[in-house]
Design a protein around this ligand. Structure first.
Ligand SMILES: C[S@@+](CC[C@H](N)C(=O)[O-])C[C@H]1O[C@@H](n2cnc3c(N)ncnc32)[C@H](O)[C@@H]1O
Length: 284
């Protein structure tokens, strides 16, 4: 029981208010379950909608990650002696949900003629079920999303499965899968172990309380080396001018979220410098 009250206390401290209560409403009689199972059920119900080939993410990737990979390749050619292991550029997408972002960005790399000798993309998330789906290389996404993809993407990198709904309807080609690796990681509990050249963190902080945000950003950046680029979401839209009354209720939290992400370079303990793009930082 002590374990369970600790879990509830942590969730209430780290996630936005109401997250635990809405879980409880739907979860029924949790007290008959083991704490570990309750934790997994809680993780399973977190908001996990993700996106395939989203323009904003691809643009960020093309402006900040692709140049980094190309620069690394140029250095390898010019100074082979400095790079004995012929190091690839390592990219992390956290959280990755069922891998749609990871697979999209791996495809962008292949289109740029960058393969596993040049880049590795890791996806991490606390949701075990989603990580298993991503690892399987067969994922469930909206049929409309598949139909809307450019023909060259559909033909070259993905195929439809024949499984009935709700089984996965999209099979990722081996060449895309080959660039991607997935692992479970709860960024609120543990800092990253591996060092990355680029970290992309979209739609995580909106789920967290201020306390949770601080812990997540600290754990994401702590072990990283100077030069690592960390990309967060673009600002949410909030109406211009002062917020008051209903508008404040509706947009106040979003504005605070924006301010939090936009001011990470002012938190000296993180050692981050903002690059010439909103919400993109470099570890110094
Ligand atoms: C809305 S999805 C975002 C996925 C992707 N980055 C995107 O923008 O489409 C949010 C994901 O955050 C994951 N998540 C929530 N808290 C987390 C934590 N503490 N550590 C790792 N992943 C977490 C959830 O499991 C969920 O898959």
């Amino acid at each position: 029981m002590e374990e369970l009250s600790k879990l509830i206390q942590n969730i209430k401290k780290q996630f936005i208010p109401g997250t635990w209560d809405s879980f409880l409403k739907n979860a029924g009689r949790i007290y008959q379950k083991e704490t570990k199972q309750i934790q997994e059920d809680f993780f399973d119900q977190l908001y996990f909608k993700t996106g395939f080939f989203r323009t904003c993410v691809i643009e960020m990737f093309k402006s900040h990650a692709i140049p980094k990979i190309k620069e690394n390749e140029k250095n390898k050619l010019e100074n082979p002696q400095n790079n004995p292991q012929n190091k690839t550029t390592n990219i992390l997408i956290l959280p990755c949900a069922n891998g749609q972002e990871v697979f999209s960005l791996a495809t962008i790399c292949l289109e740029e003629k960058l393969n596993s000798e040049h880049v590795k993309i890791h996806g991490a998330d606390l949701n075990k079920t989603l990580i298993q789906e991503a690892k399987s290389g067969k994922i469930l996404i909206g049929n409309k999303t598949i139909n809307d993809l450019d023909e060259y993407i559909k033909q070259g990198y993905f195929s439809k499965t024949q499984f009935p709904y709700p089984q996965p309807n999209l099979a990722i080609s081996e060449q895309v899968q080959y660039l991607c690796k997935y692992y479970e990681h709860n960024i609120l509990n543990q800092s990253l172990i591996k060092k990355y050249d680029v970290i992309i963190c979209t739609n995580l902080l909106i789920q967290l309380s201020r306390e949770g945000k601080k812990t997540a950003v600290k754990n994401l950046t702590k072990n990283q080396k100077p030069g690592t680029i960390i990309i967060f979401n673009k600002h949410y839209y909030t109406p211009p001018g002062k917020l008051y009354g209903l508008n404040n209720e509706k947009y106040g939290r979003r504005r605070k979220d924006n301010e939090f992400i936009a001011s990470l370079d002012r938190k000296s303990t993180l050692g981050l410098k903002e690059l010439k793009a909103p919400n993109v930082y470099e570890k110094i």
